[in-house]
Design a binder for this molecule. Structure first.
Ligand code: UDX
Length: 440
């Protein structure tokens, strides 16, 4: 169609693979590039390298249409109007700061293939100030660097890419910046709804929008988990508290789910990288609260372990504990910084006989933590358990697990609801001793 543009996507991890497939699905001609030959081979054959609803379909359709291809050869980027950079920015091994090795390598690898007028659109989550450092190299080629952060949630990545809440593009004020913003508007035009906010700002603001959004979300979760800690010593119920304060539209109920806290590939590393960057900028105190947010979050994992120990009268050694969930959240096979697995590993460390089940993440989990026992079938995992702990709120546990039937499988009738996702009354009625997080 007349709106088709040639695009390259550098980095085919979570962000890049989804972005490449999504851009092809809205009609663009896309090449995805990554240094990882195995990943590229799998993508080129139409296999999604991770579990993400809808990705498999648009990947297959894109490849069949001829509008989507994958390669390890950076030269394939030549001729694209826009080059999206979506490589990882992991936490550094010896500190909290973001490791920009991959961003720098992607930019340097791309430079020989840039033409004047090309737009390089950074999508990776980076410390504020990164694009200012990259810009001289990129712009020496006549290309324009913009920052176009990505807000996708795992499990909703395709939908979030094709129909986002908002689009943010950070440009350098001036004619080149305006033109680059127009180019990106044209890229997203076939997909986004007319009323989707398209925010054009400067590059540092765009970089900061992403980091600030994740810091706010993490803070919201740790806020309610802090209230859970207070609830635990006062007999209050944090879920009712969340409902009550959540009715205030200024607060809002979403992301007030107390439990074992946040994990995943983004929130934990992003708040740490933000702290590190703020310190570099001499403004560490401005986001000092993020250290607290992190600390509260990690305490909740310990609290869940403590509840299991207490529920077994302090004698966890040799007891069979069934852990329902391994992924850091439902609808994902991602176990990066998963609170669920952390709880399982800690219980194992205390001598419990830990059996883990999960609808999607067992393969990843067993590779990372081979010392635990993994069982595919939920009911088989429950068989003979002395205690059960729910750590990922999959429908398989939250909705589909009947407490009466579960009681017929286990040895003990102890359930710890690490996500406050079970119907406590129904479980108690079925004879279970129910423990919530921040609930009496
Ligand atoms: C997050 C941001 O939501 C997304 O905008 C950004 O682009 C990447 O980081 P994601 O990591 O996919 O996305 O997961 P999200 O749904 O935000 O959940 C993060 C963690 O917070 C999960 O471990 C989840 O279980 C936990 N969480 C979420 C809570 O503990 N309580 C809540 O109320 C909500």
């Amino acid at each position: 169609s007349s709106t088709t543009m040639k695009l390259s996507v550098i980095g085919c991890g979570y962000l890049g693979a989804v972005h490449a497939a999504a851009m092809a699905s809205i009609g663009h001609d896309v090449v995805g590039i990554d240094v990882d030959a195995r990943k590229i081979e799998s993508l080129a054959q139409g296999h999604a390298p991770f579990f993400e609803p809808g990705l498999q379909e648009i990947l297959t359709a894109g490849i069949q249409s001829g509008r989507l291809r994958f390669t390890t050869d950076m030269a394939a980027a030549q001729g694209a109007a826009v080059h999206f950079v979506g490589v990882g920015t992991p936490q550094q091994k010896d500190g909290y700061a973001a490791d920009l090795t991959y961003v720098n390598a992607a930019i340097d690898g791309l430079l020989p293939y840039l033409s004047p007028g090309d737009v390089v659109a950074g999508k990776s989550t980076v410390p504020v100030g990164t694009s200012a450092e990259l810009a001289p190299r990129v712009e020496a080629t006549g290309a324009t660097l913009v920052w176009n952060p990505e807000f996708l949630r795992e499990g909703w990545a395709v939908q979030d890419t094709i129909d986002p809440d908002r689009l943010v593009v950070g440009v350098t004020p001036g004619a080149d910046g305006d033109r680059a913003a127009d180019v990106l508007r044209a890229v997203y035009h076939p997909a986004v709804a007319k009323d989707t906010p398209f925010i054009v700002t400067d590059r540092p603001t765009a970089e900061l929008v992403k980091v600030a959004a994740n810091a706010f979300l993490a803070t919201k979760i740790s806020f309610i988990n802090a209230m859970a800690e207070i609830a635990e010593v006062t007999g209050a119920d944090v879920t009712q508290l969340a409902d009550a304060i959540g009715h205030d539209a200024r607060i809002g109920r979403r992301f007030l789910g107390a439990g074992i806290g946040f994990g995943g590939g983004c929130l934990p590393k992003d708040i740490r990288a933000f702290s590190a960057r703020a310190e570099e900028l001499g403004r560490g105190e401005s986001v000092g609260f993020l250290r607290e947010v992190d600390a509260i979050n990690l305490r909740r994992r310990e609290r869940a372990v403590q509840l299991v120990v207490e529920s077994l009268d302090g004698a966890v050694y040799g007891k069979k504990v069934t852990v329902l969930g391994a992924a850091f959240k439902p609808h994902s096979d991602d176990i990066r910084d998963s609170p669920a697995l952390d709880v399982a590993v800690r219980l194992h460390g205390l001598g419990a006989s830990v059996t883990v089940t999960d609808p999607a993440a067992i393969e990843n989990a067993s590779r990372a933590h081979p010392q635990l026992t993994y069982v595919e079938d939920r009911d088989e995992a429950l068989a003979g358990a002395d205690a059960v702990i729910v750590v990922t709120e999959w429908d398989e546990y939250r909705k589909d697990l009947d407490p009466v039937q579960a009681a017929s499988l286990t040895e003990g009738r102890i359930v710890i609801d690490g996500r406050n996702c079970l119907d406590a009354a129904a479980w108690r009625a079925a004879g279970w001793t129910y423990y919530g997080m921040g609930r009496p």
